[in-house]
Ligand binder design. Structure first.
Ligand code: ZN
Length: 229
Protein backbone atom coordinates (compact mmCIF):
# COMPACT_ATOMS: atom_id res chain seq x y z
CA UNK A 1 0.00 0.00 0.00
CA UNK A 2 1.42 3.35 -0.91
CA UNK A 3 0.22 6.90 -1.30
CA UNK A 4 3.24 7.68 -3.38
CA UNK A 5 2.40 9.83 -6.39
CA UNK A 6 5.70 9.70 -8.29
CA UNK A 7 8.86 7.67 -8.55
CA UNK A 8 9.39 3.95 -8.21
CA UNK A 9 6.32 2.03 -7.08
CA UNK A 10 5.55 -1.62 -6.56
CA UNK A 11 3.45 -3.63 -9.01
CA UNK A 12 1.27 -4.65 -6.11
CA UNK A 13 0.54 -1.10 -4.97
CA UNK A 14 -2.91 0.21 -5.59
CA UNK A 15 -2.90 2.37 -8.67
CA UNK A 16 -2.83 6.08 -8.00
CA UNK A 17 -6.29 7.37 -7.28
CA UNK A 18 -7.91 4.00 -6.83
CA UNK A 19 -7.02 3.70 -3.17
CA UNK A 20 -9.63 4.95 -0.81
CA UNK A 21 -7.86 7.52 1.28
CA UNK A 22 -8.25 7.31 5.00
CA UNK A 23 -9.94 10.43 6.21
CA UNK A 24 -7.64 12.02 8.75
CA UNK A 25 -10.64 12.63 10.96
CA UNK A 26 -11.46 8.92 11.05
CA UNK A 27 -7.90 8.15 12.05
CA UNK A 28 -8.33 9.94 15.36
CA UNK A 29 -10.09 8.19 18.20
CA UNK A 30 -12.97 10.13 19.66
CA UNK A 31 -13.48 9.21 23.27
CA UNK A 32 -17.08 8.37 24.08
CA UNK A 33 -18.88 8.93 27.33
CA UNK A 34 -18.29 5.80 29.42
CA UNK A 35 -15.63 3.20 28.73
CA UNK A 36 -13.03 3.42 25.99
CA UNK A 37 -10.75 0.41 25.85
CA UNK A 38 -7.42 0.93 24.11
CA UNK A 39 -4.00 -0.69 23.90
CA UNK A 40 -1.10 1.67 23.41
CA UNK A 41 1.21 0.54 20.64
CA UNK A 42 3.62 3.49 20.44
CA UNK A 43 5.50 5.88 22.67
CA UNK A 44 3.78 9.20 23.30
CA UNK A 45 4.69 11.88 20.75
CA UNK A 46 4.69 15.24 22.50
CA UNK A 47 3.85 18.50 20.76
CA UNK A 48 3.12 22.09 21.78
CA UNK A 49 -0.04 23.67 20.55
CA UNK A 50 -2.09 26.84 20.79
CA UNK A 51 -5.80 26.98 20.46
CA UNK A 52 -7.15 30.08 18.86
CA UNK A 53 -10.67 31.26 18.46
CA UNK A 54 -11.82 33.48 15.66
CA UNK A 55 -14.64 35.07 17.58
CA UNK A 56 -14.04 35.11 21.35
CA UNK A 57 -17.72 35.84 21.95
CA UNK A 58 -19.02 32.89 19.99
CA UNK A 59 -19.61 30.11 22.47
CA UNK A 60 -20.18 27.65 19.62
CA UNK A 61 -16.65 28.24 18.33
CA UNK A 62 -14.42 25.80 20.19
CA UNK A 63 -11.26 27.16 18.67
CA UNK A 64 -8.71 25.66 16.36
CA UNK A 65 -5.43 24.06 17.21
CA UNK A 66 -2.30 25.61 15.76
CA UNK A 67 1.05 24.07 16.59
CA UNK A 68 3.57 26.45 18.16
CA UNK A 69 6.56 27.59 16.10
CA UNK A 70 8.57 29.04 19.02
CA UNK A 71 11.29 26.41 18.49
CA UNK A 72 12.11 28.25 15.26
CA UNK A 73 12.70 31.47 17.22
CA UNK A 74 9.34 33.11 16.60
CA UNK A 75 5.67 32.33 17.05
CA UNK A 76 2.95 34.82 16.16
CA UNK A 77 0.59 33.31 18.73
CA UNK A 78 3.12 33.27 21.58
CA UNK A 79 3.54 36.97 20.84
CA UNK A 80 -0.05 37.49 21.96
CA UNK A 81 1.00 36.08 25.35
CA UNK A 82 -0.88 32.86 24.79
CA UNK A 83 1.04 29.96 26.26
CA UNK A 84 1.29 26.85 24.10
CA UNK A 85 0.27 23.69 25.92
CA UNK A 86 1.79 20.25 25.57
CA UNK A 87 -0.32 17.45 24.18
CA UNK A 88 0.58 13.93 23.19
CA UNK A 89 -0.28 11.71 20.24
CA UNK A 90 -0.46 8.01 20.95
CA UNK A 91 -0.82 5.21 18.47
CA UNK A 92 -3.45 2.91 19.93
CA UNK A 93 -5.49 -0.13 19.11
CA UNK A 94 -9.05 0.86 19.81
CA UNK A 95 -11.38 -1.90 21.00
CA UNK A 96 -14.50 0.05 20.15
CA UNK A 97 -17.39 -2.25 19.26
CA UNK A 98 -15.16 -5.30 19.89
CA UNK A 99 -13.35 -4.56 16.65
CA UNK A 100 -9.67 -3.79 17.01
CA UNK A 101 -8.48 -0.97 14.79
CA UNK A 102 -5.56 1.42 14.70
CA UNK A 103 -6.31 4.95 15.85
CA UNK A 104 -4.42 8.01 16.97
CA UNK A 105 -5.34 9.29 20.39
CA UNK A 106 -4.66 12.96 21.09
CA UNK A 107 -4.45 13.52 24.82
CA UNK A 108 -3.95 16.39 27.21
CA UNK A 109 -2.05 16.31 30.49
CA UNK A 110 -5.16 15.10 32.32
CA UNK A 111 -4.96 11.69 30.63
CA UNK A 112 -1.20 11.65 30.09
CA UNK A 113 -0.50 12.06 33.80
CA UNK A 114 -2.76 9.14 34.72
CA UNK A 115 -1.11 6.80 32.21
CA UNK A 116 2.28 7.93 33.49
CA UNK A 117 1.31 6.88 37.00
CA UNK A 118 0.84 3.31 35.78
CA UNK A 119 4.04 3.47 33.75
CA UNK A 120 5.99 4.54 36.82
CA UNK A 121 4.47 1.86 39.02
CA UNK A 122 6.99 -0.74 37.95
CA UNK A 123 6.07 -3.26 40.62
CA UNK A 124 2.48 -3.75 39.50
CA UNK A 125 2.10 -2.19 36.06
CA UNK A 126 5.10 -0.69 34.26
CA UNK A 127 5.24 -0.36 30.47
CA UNK A 128 1.73 0.79 29.47
CA UNK A 129 1.89 -1.10 26.17
CA UNK A 130 1.62 -4.37 28.10
CA UNK A 131 -2.01 -4.09 29.10
CA UNK A 132 -5.23 -2.55 27.84
CA UNK A 133 -6.36 0.74 29.34
CA UNK A 134 -9.87 1.85 30.02
CA UNK A 135 -10.16 5.59 29.55
CA UNK A 136 -13.46 6.42 31.11
CA UNK A 137 -15.21 9.66 30.30
CA UNK A 138 -17.70 11.01 32.78
CA UNK A 139 -19.13 14.31 31.62
CA UNK A 140 -20.46 14.92 35.11
CA UNK A 141 -17.26 13.85 36.81
CA UNK A 142 -16.06 17.32 37.63
CA UNK A 143 -12.47 18.50 37.51
CA UNK A 144 -10.91 15.34 38.89
CA UNK A 145 -13.31 12.76 37.50
CA UNK A 146 -13.84 13.82 33.93
CA UNK A 147 -11.26 11.34 32.67
CA UNK A 148 -10.22 8.34 34.66
CA UNK A 149 -7.72 5.83 33.39
CA UNK A 150 -7.78 2.26 34.58
CA UNK A 151 -5.22 -0.43 33.73
CA UNK A 152 -6.70 -3.80 32.79
CA UNK A 153 -5.11 -7.23 33.15
CA UNK A 154 -1.78 -7.81 31.46
CA UNK A 155 -2.35 -9.78 28.31
CA UNK A 156 -0.15 -10.40 25.29
CA UNK A 157 -1.23 -8.91 21.99
CA UNK A 158 -3.42 -11.13 19.85
CA UNK A 159 -2.22 -12.05 16.36
CA UNK A 160 -4.52 -9.36 14.94
CA UNK A 161 -3.15 -6.81 17.41
CA UNK A 162 0.39 -7.69 16.42
CA UNK A 163 -0.36 -7.13 12.74
CA UNK A 164 -1.78 -3.70 13.58
CA UNK A 165 1.20 -2.85 15.78
CA UNK A 166 3.69 -3.95 13.12
CA UNK A 167 2.11 -1.71 10.51
CA UNK A 168 1.99 1.46 12.60
CA UNK A 169 3.30 4.43 10.67
CA UNK A 170 5.64 6.03 13.21
CA UNK A 171 6.77 8.60 10.66
CA UNK A 172 3.18 9.79 10.40
CA UNK A 173 2.99 10.35 14.17
CA UNK A 174 6.38 12.04 14.15
CA UNK A 175 5.25 14.36 11.37
CA UNK A 176 2.00 15.19 13.15
CA UNK A 177 3.96 16.11 16.30
CA UNK A 178 6.53 18.23 14.45
CA UNK A 179 6.34 21.93 15.31
CA UNK A 180 5.01 24.26 12.67
CA UNK A 181 7.40 26.62 10.94
CA UNK A 182 6.83 30.37 11.36
CA UNK A 183 5.30 30.34 7.86
CA UNK A 184 2.97 27.44 8.63
CA UNK A 185 1.62 29.29 11.67
CA UNK A 186 1.04 32.32 9.46
CA UNK A 187 -0.77 30.19 6.87
CA UNK A 188 -3.02 28.70 9.54
CA UNK A 189 -3.79 32.11 11.02
CA UNK A 190 -4.68 33.43 7.59
CA UNK A 191 -6.93 30.45 7.07
CA UNK A 192 -8.69 31.13 10.38
CA UNK A 193 -8.74 34.91 10.40
CA UNK A 194 -8.60 35.69 6.69
CA UNK A 195 -5.89 37.41 4.65
CA UNK A 196 -5.22 39.96 7.38
CA UNK A 197 -3.92 37.17 9.58
CA UNK A 198 -4.00 37.56 13.32
CA UNK A 199 -6.04 40.68 14.17
CA UNK A 200 -4.63 42.84 16.94
CA UNK A 201 -3.14 41.51 20.12
CA UNK A 202 -6.06 42.71 22.17
CA UNK A 203 -8.73 40.85 20.26
CA UNK A 204 -7.04 37.48 20.15
CA UNK A 205 -8.72 35.11 22.46
CA UNK A 206 -7.22 31.78 23.17
CA UNK A 207 -9.50 29.20 24.64
CA UNK A 208 -8.78 26.49 27.11
CA UNK A 209 -7.56 23.21 25.78
CA UNK A 210 -10.16 21.68 27.97
CA UNK A 211 -10.74 18.21 26.72
CA UNK A 212 -9.66 15.68 24.14
CA UNK A 213 -12.78 16.34 22.26
CA UNK A 214 -14.20 19.64 21.19
CA UNK A 215 -17.75 18.44 21.65
CA UNK A 216 -17.08 17.54 25.24
CA UNK A 217 -15.70 20.98 25.80
CA UNK A 218 -19.22 22.28 25.55
CA UNK A 219 -20.37 20.46 28.64
CA UNK A 220 -17.38 21.22 30.78
CA UNK A 221 -15.48 24.26 29.59
CA UNK A 222 -12.97 25.03 32.31
CA UNK A 223 -11.45 21.68 32.99
CA UNK A 224 -7.77 22.23 32.22
CA UNK A 225 -7.73 25.52 34.01
CA UNK A 226 -9.05 23.85 37.13
CA UNK A 227 -6.50 21.04 37.18
CA UNK A 228 -3.45 23.08 36.37
CA UNK A 229 -4.33 25.88 38.77
ZN1 ZN B 1 3.71 29.61 20.14
Amino acid sequence: MSNQVFGAVNWTDDAFGSEKRVNSKDLFLRLDEGQNIVRLVTQPFQYLVHKVKKDPNNSKDFGQKVKCSAIHGKCAICETNDKAKPRWLLGVISRKGNVSSYKILDISFAVFSQIRKYAKNLQYFGDPTKYDLNIEVDKNGGATGYYSVQALTKEPLSATDQVIKDSVDLEDLKRRATPFTVEQVQTQLERIYGPEGLPSKTTVASVNMSTEDDELEKSFPNYEETVTA
